[in-house]
Design a protein around this ligand. Structure first.
Ligand SMILES: NC(=O)c1ccc[n+]([C@@H]2O[C@H](COP(=O)([O-])OP(=O)(O)OC[C@H]3O[C@@H](n4cnc5c(N)ncnc54)[C@H](OP(=O)(O)O)[C@@H]3O)[C@@H](O)[C@H]2O)c1
Length: 250
């Protein structure tokens, strides 16, 4: 099958492209760096010629509330119109566990807008809701840093390795559309504060993580399992420490 991966040069996208090629598919990494831009439309129609499936694992260059909403709305609108014109039969998109439960977060509001465009379109789709990636731990720390302190709450997360996310995205792209949502997560629930403390220690980052129940997580204040998956989620066994260990030896 020809599978176009929008955001195919990114953390998840590059892994998805490699896995699809390994499984004998014709996978095309489509992103501004390869001449395909879903905001301006540059290269999009050409990339979709003959495509059976489109996987969208792109991300906004800015996480500022208005910018991220503009990115996911414009990009998804352009992409779905181009897919419709090209006769694409399956749209796969990656989103976040709990999107609809934390409307105070501008980023999650933008992901909800993206999901609504997809579910409201005529193109069969699969949505994958992943928990936070292990690789995102430093990004969480950076977003919550004031001076040399990182202020985070003890709200629970159940993070997952990017490699496991890519496995599910590639597998989903090669199968029939779900016309629904699949949740995926890692094996352990951890407080955001503890996860980031462990993550920074592992990379030798000297910032101190202060537990602060009032600290916001990307504009939201999860306190009731909003970021953890439901009972039907597919759970992957890779633990944070094992992932960190194998990243160090690679
Ligand atoms: N971080 C998390 O913990 C987490 C958890 C659950 C779900 N997600 C979702 O996972 C998805 C992928 O995240 P990621 O960390 O893999 O992203 P990433 O590494 O930041 O990669 C972003 C990709 O988007 C591409 N892109 C940016 N602007 C574009 C445009 N105008 N047109 C086409 N492509 C464009 C980039 O292309 P260039 O390389 O050419 O710039 C890059 O390939 C996101 O949708 C995010 O919401 C993330």
């Amino acid at each position: 099958m020809k599978i176009v991966v929008i955001g195919g040069t990114g953390l998840i996208g590059s892994r998805v492209v490699a896995k699809l090629i390994e499984h004998g598919h014709q996978a095309l990494a489509a992103s501004p760096n390869t001449g395909v831009n879903t905001i301006t439309g540059e290269g999009l129609d050409e990339a979709l010629v003959g495509a059976d499936v489109v996987v969208d694992v792109s991300n906004s260059p800015s996480f500022e509330d208005a910018a991220v909403l503009e990115f996911f709305t414009t990009s998804t609108t352009n992409l779905l119109a181009a897919e419709d014109a090209a006769g694409v039969k399956h749209h796969v998109a990656l989103s976040v566990v709990g999107t609809e439960r934390l409307p105070e977060s501008g980023y999650l509001r933008a992901k909800v807008a993206q999901e609504r465009l997809i579910t409201g379109s005529s193109i069969p789709y699969s949505l994958i809701h992943a928990t936070q990636f292990f690789e995102f731990v430093k990004g969480i720390a950076d977003s919550a840093t004031v001076g040399s302190e990182v202020r985070l709450s003890h709200a629970l997360m159940q993070p997952i390795a990017a490699e496991d996310v890519a496995t599910v995205v590639a597998r989903t792209a090669a199968h029939e559309p779900l016309n629904g949502t699949l949740e995926i997560a890692g094996p352990e629930q951890l407080g955001i504060d503890d996860l980031v403390r462990r993550g920074l220690a592992l990379i030798g980052d000297s910032r101190t993580v202060v537990t602060d129940p009032a600290a916001k997580y990307f504009g939201a204040n999860p306190d009731n399992g909003e970021l953890t998956p439901g009972p039907d989620a597919e759970i992957f066994p890779t633990r944070f420490e094992d992932w960190a260990q194998s990243s160090r030896t690679r």
